[in-house]
Design a protein around this ligand. Structure first.
Ligand code: IMP
Length: 431
């Protein structure tokens, strides 16, 4: 048995799609455990670029079964259009390899309306910069016990009752935001049509995954978003609404935490963030523009330009602690090629003195903390042909060694380009 969690160690967009796709070469199962279509995992196979939002990144591997766990929020229309798009591109048998938890929550049109109305109302001053996919309101419904679960699709009478209850609960909010309260049938009718294709995919995921693990299967739990966007451990309130940390895998699938054998943390060789919130190593100069343009740092779900900055080691140490990271996958090292001087944040000056921990609470007050940087020399060589560490330029190796030494975490993988083979694979816990 081998159960591995692959988790984003930053504010999301670390390149999880490629890394999960690589590690699932030997996986029997790949499982999403949290979040929803706010994720956008990019896979590059040959010359083809595929972005999956709800489907696990293992979906392209024909021998891999894919699961959407109950920690997720699922927009049924998005899910089916994602499946149809893959079929249109010649990928078959998707629905035969896909299981959906019957306890995952559904994103319905009113969740999206509320998310959009709220963001519009908050405007520039205190908008969170959400992905406007209805994520927050759906998790709110879950916590308020007015959510609609995938399993409710099996029973149209109960479904109508549940939708009526949810609309009643949301009506004052929708009215206060200047929106229109939807009719029950306007939600129910199209949903029942989608249900015909969703219901056959539903099952008791906890039972099935636990059995697979007992039978010795290789299982990858695919994180979404990132540690610093986690509802409990992220830079609150500028976070998403789910448990994005590695521990979310046990909760979001329904297996014991002791089943997880290895945790891989993914970090870019620098840092990005979309949406509002603290980002202490953010750049607004030519280096920041280099990272955005060379790294093509535009959101895969929203197309928004990502904010860019230097690598933040205290943040990585923090992620290593809250996720229990065993090995690092460092992505987009090639994007640093051509930068003369590279800076890495190694510590913070705070009102209480210098710390190498991530001063997450001090970040709520602007200007209270200052990053302390270690400067390193850059390199000009192209990296995309490297397949071993010793074929990287010495300065790139020094950069990687510094990250590993400073965090005390071994390197498992270094990505030197978007394609599958543009990778230095150092360790695969699934072998
Ligand atoms: P929500 O998840 O759409 O509610 O957005 C909350 C915050 O999380 C916003 O700052 C989003 O930009 C951010 N966010 C959500 N999902 C992702 C992701 O997959 N990558 C990066 N940022 C994300």
């Amino acid at each position: 048995m081998s159960a591995v969690v692959i988790v984003g160690a930053q504010w999301g967009d670390e390149g999880k799609g490629k890394v999960v796709d690589l590690y699932t070469e030997r996986a029997d199962w790949v499982i999403r455990y949290g979040g929803g279509p706010n994720a956008g995992h990019t896979l590059v196979v040959g010359d083809e670029k595929i972005v999956v939002r709800l489907l696990p990144s293992g979906i392209l591997r024909e021998g891999t079964r894919c699961v959407l766990g109950q920690g997720m929020v699922i927009d049924p229309a998005v899910l089916l259009s994602e499946i149809d798009e893959l079929v249109r591109r010649g990928r078959n048998g998707i629905e035969k390899r896909l299981l959906i938890s019957d306890r995952a929550h559904l994103i319905l049109p009113y969740h999206i309306t509320i998310d959009c109305l709220r963001e519009a109302k908050a405007a520039a001053c205190n908008a969170l910069g959400t992905t406007k996919k209805g994520i927050g309101p759906t998790y709110e419904d879950k916590a308020r016990r007015t959510g609609i679960r995938t399993g409710d699709l099996r029973d149209p009478v109960r479904l109508r009752e549940r939708i009526a209850l949810a609309i009643e609960a949301w009506a004052p909010t929708i009215v206060a935001l200047g929106g229109e309260v939807p009719e029950i049938d306007a939600i129910l009718k199209p949903l029942l049509e989608l249900a015909e294709r969703i219901v056959p995919l539903l099952s008791s995921v906890s039972l099935i995954v636990d059995k697979a693990l007992r039978d010795g299967a290789h299982v990858v739990f695919e994180g979404a978003q990132g540690t610093l966007l986690d509802i409990d451990h992220g830079t609150y309130p500028f976070v998403t609404s789910s448990s994005a940390v590695s521990g979310g895998a046990a909760i979001g699938v329904g297996v014991g935490p002791n089943r997880i054998r290895n945790i891989i943390g993914i970090t870019k060789a620098y840092t990005t963030r979309v949406g509002a919130g603290p980002f202490p190593t953010e750049l607004d100069d030519a280096d920041g523009i280099h990272l955005r343009e060379v790294g093509a740092e535009f959101g895969s779900v929203t197309g928004r330009p990502r904010r860019t900055g230097w690598l933040d080691l205290p943040a990585l140490r923090y992620a290593a602690r809250v996720d229990g990271i065993d090995g690092l996958a460092i992505t987009k090292l090639d994007v640093l090629t051509g930068m003369q001087r590279l800076r890495i944040c190694v510590a913070y000056d705070t009102p209480a003195g210098r710390t190498d921990d991530f001063p997450i609470d001090d970040m709520e007050v602007p200007g209270r903390i200052t990053p302390v940087y270690h400067d390193m020399n850059g390199w000009n060589e192209t990296l995309c042909n490297a397949r071993r560490l010793d074929s990287l330029p010495g300065k790139a190796r020094a950069y990687l060694d510094f990250i590993s030494e400073q965090t005390g975490i071994p390197l498992y993988l270094v990505s030197v380009g978007p394609k599958r083979d543009e990778t230095v694979m150092l360790h695969n816990p699934l072998i």
